[in-house]
Every structure is written in structure tokens, then in C-alpha cells.
Write a protein of this length. Sequence first.
Length: 65
Amino acid sequence: MSDFEIILKFQSLPEEMKKKVLKFMESLQPTFKSPPKKRKAGLASGKIKIKPGFDDPIADFADYS
């Protein structure tokens, strides 16, 4: 069934039924999850800078190592 057919059927309903259909559709919304999008490697390449010394030990945590 195409979107167009669904819209035509919806438009032919009386107002009270349209309200019930809309309420039902809204109740479905929280449970509907779109399929996860495919990730593309390298999209953030060059956008993140790590400062020199990032991996150096932190002096305040010397007691814990």
C-alpha cells in the first residue's frame, strides 16, 4: 500500500475516526525505531586535535599508581 493510498483512505474517514487514527499513530511513535544508519569511517578525520602530553601521567593521581 502506498502513502498516497493511505492518505486517500484517511481523508475519506469521518472526523471522529480521524482523531482515533491520529491518536493510535501517536501511540505507535515511541515504539517505532528507524533502522540504524551505516557509519562512514573517517568523517571526523582532521576535526579532533589531541594536545601533546595528553597521555602523560597526572601528578595528582601519583598516589594511586
